[in-house]
Each structure stands twice: as structure tokens, then as C-alpha cells.
Design a protein around this ligand. Structure first.
Ligand SMILES: NC(=O)c1ccc[n+]([C@@H]2O[C@H](COP(=O)([O-])OP(=O)(O)OC[C@H]3O[C@@H](n4cnc5c(N)ncnc54)[C@H](OP(=O)(O)O)[C@@H]3O)[C@@H](O)[C@H]2O)c1
Length: 368
């Protein structure tokens, strides 16, 4: 029998998209959020779904959402601030867990702190299971498979042509501020190393004669791809959302580094940005989303720096993809399609072929 799917954060921008995508796939998720009046209205609108009230400031209310065999999907972010109660509740119950984070510091916590508990509890944790960072895991895995064992380095770039100034949700803006102020990491020399966000920039060719620059960020690919390709020594992931602001971001990140080392500075700035940059303020509407596209590129190299394989994925809007791929992942996990337990990457969690199908259903597919 399929487990229940419980969606926590259903009344937020991404939660709403995910709820609709789940219902569109024929699922009947339990919708959970902190405000009863709002979650009740949404549950009624989507066909009389079950609903529940939970608040991260009352962790016991989050624990009460799930039991063994359920799938908990959380879109309550920024995750470095509000993410712990949901992942802890899933591990305590033995429920599978997916989230929409893109924040490296939280991803690292899931892999390094919660993975062992989840393994013992017999459940799987799929963090960052949205546009950040599922398609890059897929593109990277396909490039590494095409390149074969000789590949020791993979570089991945995410781009969103057509995104206007209104392209980011309030939640993404709040989480981006948190990412820039948190410690980062990368996979270099065959191990995870500390590396500040936006330490490097790189340009990728989006089409003949048109290149675009992107900044390096800590992502789930750094944890997940070395597991499926043991000869991998270097993983770098770049985000092109910021376009020409990529280079100023690199300079800003270098300037911030000594300041963030001062006692109390990191927490103080996080608190300040937490007050200034508000989440729960909505995001691009369907018309704005329809104007933007996604291009995700991966290149695999051998130890001498020769490019062995290149993969290009293309598709629609990043938020539409996030809601749809979370819905696909939750439904697949609820019906026994998850391989393994503990903290999982998208590829080791579902298998490469299933993940490629899931991403295509969610709107991003391989073009070359
Ligand atoms: N991986 C990706 O590609 C991707 C894509 C989209 C979003 N995201 C991430 O997903 C997160 C949500 O983004 P969003 O755009 O949906 O932002 P949002 O609209 O601000 O959603 C935040 C959610 O958290 C809930 N929340 C806040 N405080 C809470 C509390 N004390 N208890 C319970 N719930 C609480 C909000 O509840 P209310 O509805 O009551 O305000 C809302 O549902 C962000 O971290 C964002 O960066 C990632």
C-alpha cells in the first residue's frame, strides 16, 4: 500500500505549486501549514484534501505530521533557519523525506548529520529535490556515464534565459541571502573541502557565439556524484541566475570572507538579512514563469583536462519544475520507488533511468 504524502509548507509559493502538481498526478496529499484558515481553504480548493496545522517553532507539531511509511515533503524555508524540525521529524518517524532547499549549509547537514539516523530508521532523505539541484545531478551523471571511468572532473552550469527582474520568489531571495552568508564547500582532490560561495566564476557557451557567466555554489552534486562515480576528484557547480552580476558577486564574496570570520559577525548579518529580506511574499505568476527557460549543462574531463563528454538539458521555468519534480519524487517514493536508505542523491535515490524520466515529466529533458 502507498504511504501518505504530507506536504509541509503547502500555503507558501513553492508549496502551493507542489500541492497542485501532486493533485495533477492523481495524489491526495495531506496539506500542512502554520495557519489553519489558509491551509483549510487550499485543501478545500484542491478537492477536499486532508489538512493539518504545524509550526516549526513548535517542533512537536511537526513530529505529529508523519508516521513510518509516510513521505514528508517540506517547502518551509530558508532551511538553515527553519529546516531542522521537518527532517528530524521524518527520521524520528522512519518516514521518507524530500525538501526544496537550495542552501549548501543545510544540504551538508542532511548528508553529514542526519544520514546515519535515517539509515538506522530505514528511511531515505532527498534534500535539494527541486530545480536546485536535481537537473545538475542528472546532467552530471549522464556526462560521467558517457565519459566513462577516465573522467575525474565534472563541471555543471545552471542558466535561466528569459528570467526578468520578477523571476525570484520571496523565499528564494531570503534563502540566497542566507547562502552568501553561510560557509560553503566543494569537492576537490577527491574530498569535500571548505570553499566560500561564489569563490569562482566560469562562463559556459549557451549557444554558438553566446556565452554566459555563472558563480560557484555549494550544492548536492558535491555529495551525490562522487558516490556514483568513484574516480571523480573534482566537482564544481555554477549558477547563472545572476548573469553579469556574477563577477561582482565573486568580488563581494572575497570581501565578505574576513568580515564573516569576526566573532558574531556571521550570525549578526544572518539575523539582519533575515529581518530585511522577507519570504512568504509570493513569486512569479504563471505568465512570468512561462517566459523563462532552463538550460543545464554538464562537462566531464579526464585528469589531463581533455573534455570527454558534454550534456545539455533544456526545459521550462525553474519553479514549475520544482513543484513538478517534488511531486514526482514524493509519489515515486510513496509507491516503493526509492532505492536505499539514509541521505541519498537524486541518482542513487531513484536510479539514473527513472530520474531521467521523472525530470522529463517535470519539464526538463536532455537535448544533446
Ligand atoms: N530548490 C529550488 O530550486 C527551489 C525552488 C523554489 C523554492 N526553493 C526554496 O524553498 C523555500 C520556500 O520558497 P518559497 O518561494 O515557497 O517561499 P515562501 O513562499 O516564503 O514559503 C516559505 C514557507 O515557509 C512557511 N513558514 C515560515 N515560517 C514557518 C513556521 N514558523 N512554521 C511553519 N511554516 C513556516 C511559510 O508559511 P506561510 O505560508 O504561512 O507564510 C511558507 O509556507 C525557500 O527556502 C526557497 O529558497 C527552492
Amino acid at each position: 500500500m502507498a504511504g501518505r504524502i504530507v506536504l509541509f509548507g503547502a500555503t507558501g509559493y513553492t508549496g502551493d505549486l507542489t500541492a497542485r502538481a501532486l493533485v495533477g498526478r492523481g495524489a491526495r496529499p495531506v496539506l500542512a501549514a502554520r495557519t489553519e484558515a489558509r491551509v483549510r481553504v487550499l485543501a478545500d480548493e484542491l478537492g477536499g484534501l486532508e489538512w493539518a496545522v504545524a509550526d516549526v517553532e513548535r517542533p512537536e507539531s511537526v513530529r505529529a505530521l508523519v508516521e513510518r511509511g509516510d513521505v514528508l515533503v517540506s517547502t518551509v524555508g530558508p532551511f538553515t533557519r527553519w529546516g531542522q524540525p521537518a527532517v528530524q521529524a521524518a527520521v524520528a518517524a522512519g518516514a521518507h523525506y524530500l525538501d526544496s532547499t537550495g542552501e549548501g549549509a543545510f544540504i551538508r547537514e542532511v548528508f553529514e548529520r542526519h544520514g546515519a539516523g535515517a539509515q538506522a530508521a530505514g528511511c531515505g532523505l532527498l534534500t535539494a529535490f527541486g530545480y536546485d539541484w536535481v537537473p545538475g545531478n542528472l546532467a552530471g551523471a549522464l556526462a560521467l556515464r558517457d565519459a566513462g571511468e577516465a573522467a575525474t572532473r565534472v563541471e555543471i552550469g545552471y542558466f535561466n534565459p528569459g528570467s526578468g527582474s520578477d523571476a525570484m520568489s520571496g523565499g528564494t531571495r531570503a534563502s540566497s541571502a542566507s547562502v552568501m552568508l553561510s560557509p560553503g564547500f566543494a569537492w576537490h582532490g577527491g574530498r569535500l573541502v571548505d570553499e566560500r560561495p561564489a569563490r569562482h566564476t566560469r562562463s559556459f557557451e549557451l549557444k554558438p557565439g553566446r556565452s554566459a557567466r555563472a558563480v560557484s555554489l555549494p550544492t548536492s552534486e558535491h555529495f551525490a556524484l562522487p558516490r556514483i562515480h568513484p574516480t571523480l576528484r573534482d566537482v564544481d557547480v555554477f549558477l547563472g541566475w545572476f548573469g553579469p552580476a556574477s563577477e561582482p558577486m565573486r568580488v563581494l564574496s572575497a570581501g565578505l570572507e574576513p568580515i564573516l570570520k569576526l566573532p558574531g559577525a556571521r550570525d549578526g548579518l544572518q539575523g539582519l538579512f533575515g529581518r530585511l529580506v522577507k519570504g512568504s511574499s509570493g513569486g512569479p505568476d504563471a505568465e512570468a514563469r512561462a517566459k523563462s527557460r532552463s538550460i543545464v549543462l554538464a562537462e566531464a574531463f579526464d585528469a589531463a583536462g581533455t573534455k570527454l563528454a558534454a550534456v545539455r538539458l533544456e526545459g521550462g521555468n525553474a519553479y514549475d519544475f520544482t513543484g513538478a519534480v517534488l511531486a514526482w519524487g514524493a509519489q515515486t517514493a510513496a509507491t516503493g520507488g526509492l532505492q536505499g536508505t539514509g541521505a541519498l542523491g537524486p541518482v542513487d535515490g531513484f536510479g539514473l533511468e527513472a530520474l531521467e524520466r521523472g525530470c522529463a515529466e517535470a519539464g526538463i529533458a536532455r537535448t544533446t
